[in-house]
Write a protein that binds this ligand. Sequence first.
Ligand SMILES: [Zn+2]
Length: 168
Amino acid sequence: MPDEFVTENSLLGAGKVLVEQQVWETIIPFRQAHSAATEAGGILLGYRRGAHLHVVDATFPQPGDRRSRFRFTRAKQSHQHIALQRWKETSGTVDYLGEWHTHPESMPSPSSLDTAEWRKIYEPRAVPMLFVILGWSSHVWVGVGCGSRLEGTNCSPPAVARTNACDR
Ligand SMILES: [Zn+2]
């Protein structure tokens, strides 16, 4: 059994967030392990199963994204195009679940800019949206936004903790 990662969030009620190992494998190489590494990010794709969010795929930085040490602004079209492709390929079952990006800190937490940008994503939607920030070592911030609320915590998924931040 690959070590998928499961966490809870009060905004999901009995629902859980499940992130497949291949998602971590996609995003871990973008971790800001070096002082010069710029922020990276993309969107999270997967299934809504009842109250659960099951993440199976993630996009990574695309041409047109703006990346700096403390900021990542993704180009809208390229990531959305990939999301649309996946949605079509899977007969509309793999959907846009949220956003991920990296931070140049060990114990990541959302900036005021992050929460302002995310609010624009989750407030208009009637469904919970997922937000992940990947720190430079073993920690990840996982949050859910729904309605007018955002709740999240730091955690250390095995697939993230296991990989050495100095590998790249
Ligand atoms: Zn951020």
